[in-house]
Each structure stands twice: as structure tokens, then as C-alpha cells.
Design a protein around this ligand. Structure first.
Ligand code: MF3
Ligand code: CO
Length: 249
């Protein structure tokens, strides 16, 4: 069931999303050679708590941290650890969210540790741009497939691959609500987009093939071929005046 949000609910979501966006920004600023992913997680946790919000990933299905921090061939759901130290040339995807007054925000971005390779740069730029291509299609009267097609075609035209097993999602009083928002699709197909729909669009894109493996920790998702992956995410609301990015600072 897709829950359309009222103007009052959107106002609360904006608050949750702004805290999520600031936390992501601060976490991203902490990405540096020699820093552990655990330290970055602590920074995000402290910031969210200080705002009077809750880290909404923490304990979600037993997830043990505030943020998912995924390095290089890790696509999503990397668990922060004191043993995971960042090195120059790494790309680091940070995904986190905050809940306040009963509503959730959710966002992600991929950050560079110092100088990264040209192909890593191109992967990150393409993934981020594909998110905006998807967001552009989130207009009332459109279809979910328009969003997925926009992301998929933008990435595949540039030689990258779209992960299929994980998708974006509705967001609201729950972190994950209907509908599921795939990063692939057919224009004109799928659920019709309506004002008040709040969704997280989150392309997960790889430099090589799309196939994934889940690690024995039960969380970390990696590319099967060991190629690099990038992940960007915004929470948006569909309005009669077009999409509004709630997690934009
Ligand atoms: N960040 C994921 C998403 O964007 C959810 C993380 S699941 C968790 O949908 F368990 F790690 F929280
Ligand atoms: Co999400």
C-alpha cells in the first residue's frame, strides 16, 4: 500500500531529511586516509542524536550501526568497523538516515579518499547524475518505470551496470514503504506517480558486471567480479509542481 503524505507530514519529513542530509555531509567530510569507518559512523551517530533524532538504520532488521559504509567493490550495507581503515584512492559509499517526530529521511553518496582513478571518478559522476535523471522523471502523472528507465539508460549508455537485487523505496513513518523503486524499467510502465508520494531513489551502479554477492556477515553486498561500485540516494516528494528533493541541503 502506498501512503500519500499530507503537507503537514511533508513538513516533518523535510525535517528528518535535512538532519539526514547534514549527517551525510559531515560523515563525508570525515572521509580521509587513515580514518576508520567506525569513526565516521560515530560522527554521524553523535550528530543525529544531537539534533534530537534517531539513527533509523540502527537495529533495523538487526543492523548494528548508524551508517552503511561500503568501500570500493562493496556496493551497499558495509558494516562500520575499527578495522576498516580508508586508504588513498578508495571510494567510500555512505548511506544513512534519521527519524524524528515519527518520520524518516534516507540518503547516500560516494566519497573519494584523496586522488582516485579516472574510471572511479567517472563511475561516481555517472551514478550521481543518474540519480538526478531519475528524480527529473518523478512527476505527477508519470510512472515508476520512467524513473527506472532514466537511471538505467543513463548508466548503461556509459558502459556501467545497474544492480537489480536492491532498489529504492517509499519512505515515511517506515524507512521502507511501498512502492519498491527499481533502477531499471520501461517508460510508461509501473505504478502511477501522485502528489504526496515520498520515495527514495538510490542507484547502485558498478564499473563491471551487475552480479552481486552477500558476504558471510549477512549484510555487506559486493560486486561478484570485484569491480568498483557507487551509490547515491535522495529522498524526494512528488508534487503538482514537480519533484522536490527533501534531502538536499
Ligand atoms: N540504506 C538502505 C536504504 O537506503 C537501508 C539500509 S538497511 C539497514 O534503503 F539495515 F542497513 F539499515
Ligand atoms: Co534507501
Amino acid at each position: 500500500m502506498i501512503v500519500l503524505k499530507s503537507a503537514r507530514e511533508i513538513d516533518i519529513m523535510r525535517k528528518a531529511c535535512q538532519i539526514s542530509a547534514e549527517a551525510l555531509k559531515i560523515a563525508g567530510e570525515a572521509v580521509k586516509e587513515g580514518v576508520s569507518t567506525w569513526e565516521i559512523d560515530r560522527i554521524a551517530y553523535e550528530y543525529i542524536k544531537k539534533q534530537g533524532a534517531e539513527p533509523n538504520f540502527l537495529n533495523y532488521n538487526g543492523y548494528p550501526a548508524t551508517a552503511c559504509i561500503s568501500i570500493n567493490d562493496e556496493i551497499i550495507h558495509g558494516i562500520p568497523s575499527k578495522n576498516r581503515i580508508l586508504h588513498r584512492g578508495d571510494i567510500v559509499s555512505i548511506d544513512l538516515g534519521a527519524k524524528i517526530d515519527g518520520y524518516n529521511g534516507d540518503n547516500a553518496a560516494t566519497f573519494a579518499v584523496g586522488e582516485i582513478s579516472d574510471e572511479a571518478k567517472r563511475l561516481c559522476e555517472t551514478t550521481e547524475e543518474s540519480l538526478y535523471k531519475g528524480i527529473e522523471m518523478a512527476v505527477a502523472g508519470g510512472r515508476l518505470g520512467d524513473i527506472g528507465y532514466a537511471v538505467q539508460s543513463y548508466c548503461e549508455d556509459r558502459g556501467f551496470s545497474v544492480v537489480r537485487e536492491y532498489t529504492g523505496h517509499g519512505v515515511g513513518t517506515h524507512l521502507h514503504e511501498d512502492p519498491s523503486v527499481p533502477n531499471y524499467g520501461t517508460p510508461g510502465r509501473g505504478v502511477r506517480l501522485l502528489p504526496g508520494m515520498t520515495i527514495a531513489i538510490e542507484p547502485m551502479i558498478t564499473l563491471g558486471k551487475a552480479a552481486i554477492n552477500v558476504m558471510p556477515d549477512g549484510w555487506t553486498v559486493k560486486t561478484k567480479d570485484g569491480s568498483l561500485a557507487a551509490h547515491y540516494e535522495h529522498t524526494i516528494v512528488v508534487t503538482s509542481n514537480g519533484p522536490v528533493i527533501l534531502t538536499k541541503i
